[in-house]
Design a protein around this ligand. Sequence first.
Ligand code: NAP
Length: 292
Amino acid sequence: MQEERMAARILDGRIIAASVRADLEPVAAAYRQAHGRPATLAILAIGRDPASSVYANSLRRAAAALHMDARYIRLDEDISDVDLRRAIEDLNADPDVQGILTELPLPPHLSQQVVAEAIDPRKDVDGIGIRNLGALFLRLPSFVPATCAAVLEILDRSEIALVSKRVVVVGASNVVGKPLAFLLLSRDATVTVCHIDTRDLAYWTRQADVLVVAVGKPDLITAAMVKPGAVVVDVGINVREDGAISGDVAFDEVSAVASAITPAPGGVGQLTNLMLLRQTLLAGDLLDAEEP
Ligand code: NAP
């Protein structure tokens, strides 16, 4: 008798992004109408990394589709901590900028502390500053890293419940794994975080009702590492030797075991830019509400 194989539901980021975009259009339009200009996200990039301009261009396209503005500011590769702080402070003070994104990782000579401390928390729409991360930890309202917001958006819009579920997050970075773990905890999931020193990764991933992978290693997660019927969210973006993009999950084999899975590309990445723009619109409204 042939073994029965499940075909996972595909959590299609493109379809979900289209409905998020439709929700954001009137919000962006209302902001434009009230201010006579679009809400603006400033993107600070340091140096000439080609990946950074690809990312900035995709953000600009996403912003343009909503008639919002994404202002790209490129700083010299050898900029000092003092000048970086000054550039951030200029944007903090600019009334035409509602959100600030600093592309990470920073070149090694710069201190992460400058960025974590200098961005006005009210404009820190990628939630990487100390104030927003602290608020997230305390379960207070905060801007959260866009990738984490994208993961939750996919799960929520796909009606995947999190309360009491065993969720395993593979990856523990400051921008994805760790804040995502706290967000999932605040949704009352039971959360385990795995990282490079986790012993017997497969043991932990097989416990997951919902498995989120954010590592940056193609095919790290194979079918044997996934509990049948689990939901799998692949955050990874990897460029293979032949130039093809893939996630961290061996999609073909895992989709035969999982009940639902995000493709990569075409999954989380589709939502990340929109989450940044949504948070920029929210920042604009919150800044307005503070005005006397
Ligand atoms: P990162 O800063 O390099 O962090 C990777 C994490 O994975 C670290 O916590 C590391 O552990 C852990 N790790 C490395 N090898 C591992 C292994 N063999 N087993 C278990 N854990 C392992 O990367 P990141 O910025 O979090 O990004 C992760 C991936 O997501 C990358 O592929 C990135 O391109 C992608 N990404 C996608 C989006 C999107 O919109 N789709 C957005 C951001 C990032 P240690 O902490 O112990 O070093």
